[in-house]
Design a protein. Structure first.
Length: 195
């Protein structure tokens, strides 16, 4: 389920071709143009029909990319009721996704986004804040900056496991093996291997 932009079909095809089972794109169910949390909740409920009565292979993986897009901006509503509604909706979604995982033996992956960690004092002193209080004691760093999950503590209390993914380029000075054509490693030359 994509909440912003179009799904990366090219990237998905790369994943599928690397799979030992070579999954068919026909086995993928798409939802996109989701406008808000209520819309996501309705579409998830509609998707349960597919889980209950699969017409082909059973649904085994549900990905929501990205939940933060739907909840990070509550518009012009700055009163407490807007935040209470947002938190309640996050908890409802979490409960529904957990039920799906338990009932249908389904893996659920929900991407959140991150932002730089700041406090008012940090803005004045140009320093970043210790953000580990928002991540269960973990410090998330990217390019030397400390990051916090975009949805904060409300969503943090809904999560079973956290993965922080980043992209890093690594060069191995010499190679002692031959890379086959299906490997994710690219052979730049005989002396260096690019990951």
């Amino acid at each position: 389920m994509y909440t912003e932009g179009d799904p990366s079909i090219r990237r998905l095809n790369a994943f599928m071709s690397a799979s030992p089972h070579h999954a068919s794109p026909a086995n993928i169910y798409w939802e996109r143009d989701i406008v808000d949390g209520e819309d996501l909740y309705r579409r998830l409920q509609d998707t349960e029909v597919i889980m209950r009565q699969p017409q082909g292979l059973p649904l085994r993986l549900l990905i929501i990319d990205s939940i933060a897009h739907l909840f990070r901006d509550i518009g012009d509503h700055t009163d407490a009721s807007a935040y209470v509604h947002r938190t309640g909706m996050l908890f409802r979604l979490s409960a529904l996704l957990r039920r799906f995982a338990d009932t249908y033996n389904l893996a659920v992956v929900v991407t959140n986004q991150v932002s730089d960690a700041f406090t008012d004092a940090d803005l004045a002193s140009n320093q970043t804040a210790p953000a580990s209080k928002h991540t269960g004691g973990l410090r998330l760093l990217s390019s030397g900056r400390e990051l916090v999950p975009a949805l904060g503590l409300a969503w943090a209390n809904c999560v079973n496991a956290r993965l922080f993914l980043s992209r890093t380029e690594v060069t191995i000075a010499s190679k002692a093996w031959t890379v086959d054509n299906n490997s994710p490693y690219r052979d730049r030359n005989a002396a260096a291997l690019q990951v």
